[in-house]
Ligand binder design. Structure first.
Ligand code: IMP
Length: 441
């Protein structure tokens, strides 16, 4: 008998690029994704929910995106919310309507049928748990992200495909809500949430979203195989990754590039380039260790000049020097093929700029990021000091126009992390970028 096989063994030639944050989120991914989305046919988010906050400035308009991929701001780009995300339907619909009312077309937004749903009791639980943790609180966004992912992992969550089928949703809620309410009442003394309130709110939302709910893995693999340019848009950052971040001060999803595979239903070879977004300094919102944090005047200056306040919660961000130990760790976790360095302009005017090159941890020098929380709290950064520059570099678009000190600083980032810089952002506007390498995908 002759065996016939039509399978192909060669690696497909895909045109794709994953963009992930390399610090604690808020690295300016929105700006970089917005810039790159001009070349994309498809932009897909793969993790997180409306805890993400991307600010994009187009001319005089400012857009704050939470659920929606930044690619939606380019006409004709297909946008996908992947199965690795958790979706809060009222927030998503409000965000969609807000963008539509400003004249943007949202018809090409699709939601994975396998994405999980954030429900009102998830928000209550998130907030109650934080209160209960008292001085050990994580500083979550309070948007129900952790509890929604916990229900998914416990195999008792609600998926988008269930939400858009009214009878299924009703049956699911009738079974799930008494358990959730029992927990809220017994553990936290909360009165619980009414079944009819949830049904009345969520049934119409399911109907509104149903035409967008589909098998997005099928769609995406089709686009990739046909050679369309696909951008995978990460949210949060590597140090908030559930497995690799500063646990438990992390979010509840896989924020590193590998998360794009499970969070979208694609094979690892479907990701060609991986761009890590890093701020020229470091910031963090919420609690948890931060080795290079500057609590004094320097940190305050960065916060003020960099407008470092959370997009989602408005909280002031903690600020500190660039940390090459973190950069190397992120590069390893993600397999970065290049960096996008943001907010370089914020460092203008400083006499000296510091970079942490290694840590002293338990009396030893280490170049690697520790896993034990206490070690991260206790470690002391070893700094290299570089000369700063006076010139205001906002809006500079070519590396030759940068002062020599700024170029030296970028070179130090490359040398210390072992990753080349592809893009430098020099201001909040779309055009305020320096492209060091040609087209990325
Ligand atoms: P959660 O994602 O709301 O559970 O919050 C967990 C941690 O992640 C907290 O420290 C939040 O401040 C942080 N976090 C969540 N989303 C973002 C983000 O988009 N940028 C920065 N930090 C975030």
């Amino acid at each position: 008998m002759e065996l016939s096989c039509c399978g192909k063994r060669q690696k497909p030639e895909v045109k794709s690029l994953a963009v992930t944050g390399a610090q604690w989120g808020d690295e300016g991914k929105g700006k970089i994704v917005d810039y790159l989305a001009s070349r994309a046919h498809v932009v897909a988010r793969f993790q997180g929910g409306n805890n993400a906050g991307h600010t994009v400035m187009i001319g005089s308009e400012t857009f704050k995106m939470h659920h929606l991929p930044v690619g939606l701001l380019y006409p004709g780009v297909v946008c996908i919310l992947g199965n690795g995300m958790v979706i809060n339907p009222p927030v998503l619909v409000e965000e969609l309507e807000g963008i539509q009312s400003r004249g943007w077309d949202t018809s090409e937004l699709y939601i994975s049928d396998r994405a999980h749903v954030i429900l009102p009791f998830h928000l209550v639980l998130d907030q109650m748990e934080e209160k209960y943790r008292a001085d050990k609180k994580i500083g979550t966004t309070g948007l129900g992200i952790g509890p929604a992912y916990a229900d998914k992992a416990c195999r008792r969550g609600l998926r988008m495909i269930d939400l858009v089928k009214p009878e299924r949703f009703k049956a699911w809620l009738e079974e799930a809500l008494p358990l959730q309410n029992n927990y809220l009442q017994q553990v936290y003394g909360h009165p619980g949430i009414s079944l009819s309130d949830i049904l009345n709110r969520f049934l119409p939302l399911g109907e509104q979203l149903s035409s967008r709910v589909t098998d997005t893995s099928l769609m995406l693999n089709g686009y990739l195989k046909e050679g369309y340019r696909v951008l995978f848009e990460g949210s949060q950052g590597g140090f908030l990754d559930l497995d690799h971040g500063t646990y438990p001060y992390v979010t509840s999803s896989s924020t590193t590039a590998g998360g794009a595979c499970s969070g979208l239903g694609i094979g690892p070879h479907m990701i060609r380039e991986i761009l890590g977004v890093i701020k020229a300094y470091t910031t963090r919102v919420g609690e948890g260790p931060f080795p290079t944090e500057e609590l004094g005047e320097t940190g305050e200056r960065m916060r003020h000049k960099g407008a470092e306040y959370g997009t989602t919660t408005g909280r002031p961000r903690r600020c500190g020097w660039f940390d090459a130990v973190m950069g190397r760790y992120s590069a390893r976790l993600n397999g970065y093929t290049g960096w996008a360095v943001t907010k370089l302009d914020v460092l203008s005017g400083l006499e000296k700029i510091k970079i942490a090159t290694a840590y002293y941890s338990n009396g030893n020098k280490t170049e690697h990021f520790p896993s034990l929380l206490e070690d991260i709290y206790r470690c002391e950064p070893i700094y290299e000091e570089l000369p700063g520059w006076e010139m205001d570099i906002q809006g500079v678009q070519s590396p030759d126009q940068l002062p020599i000190e700024a170029r030296q600083y970028l070179k130090a980032i490359e040398d210390l992390t072992g990753v080349a810089i592809d893009v430098v952002s020099t201001g909040p506007e779309r055009e305020q970028v320096i492209v060091m390498r040609g087209e990325l995908f």
